[in-house]
Design a protein around this ligand. Sequence first.
Ligand SMILES: [Zn+2]
Length: 300
Amino acid sequence: MTIARAIGIALALLLLFGGHSFGRPAAAVTATKTTEIFQGDIVELKIPGAGLTAVEGRMGKATIPFFSSGSGYYTAFVGADLEAKPGLVTVIVKGTTTTGIQRDSQIWLMIKPKSFKKESFSVAAEFDQLSPEVLERIRKDQEQFSRAFMTSAPERLWEGRFLLPIASEVSSPFGYRRVINGTSRAPHTGVDLRAALGSEVVAANHGRVVLLGDFFFSGHSLVLDHGAGLYTMYFHLAEFKVEMGVAVRKGDVIGLSGMTGRVTGPHLHWGARVNGARVDPFELVNKLGNSETSSEFTPP
Ligand SMILES: [Zn+2]
């Protein structure tokens, strides 16, 4: 997000929450101007905090937690899933004033389609069929991931900029779509980073290990919860260097890269999730904790 855009959002919300409106009883929901977000991207929402003791948001079923920042604002990061339907969505924002009055408002987000890399190819059918036993295992794997994604700490555990988990280039981009034997496959929900076998993989930010195990597609996999509904994922590891449930600090070695799971060569698959949306993990590096687009956060 550009500075101008962040300021634009802040101004729109200042008009909404600012000044004279506090002290009056809660009014009907008011619309503000629309913010654009592309599929797989993250946008920062800022609300002037003067006169407010708490702010929370909702987008569909997802909770959008706002936190008080050092600069007198409440801020939230909202992600658009890579397969989110393009169009207008609403973030309902509830602010509580120092006198206990609740003010509701809404922010409109326009989700814009993004063109992801796409390739079609054919493989022999026997390489492309999964047995009923394997399909059952995949279903159980997905349940474990779903459970892990319900355990986020309510507060932000992360601080400042996110790190790349490994200093390397992208070998397969976010959102890459494959059409195999004429059938569209699930899009690539992370980025693949080149990694020789046994390279150190570090935690992108502070957090807690909420999933650690061996899965059919992703092999030895580790999920970190960074709090407030933000997760990062590290797949195809050769070895874990941390245990389930432990707290990790940004830059800690959490594993060694490998080629476990359904892969053709060694690499690190790195994924990210915010408010249930699968987003490009480079968005964390480029937008979160970046002093040009947001302020440094202090715990609420
Ligand atoms: Zn991948």
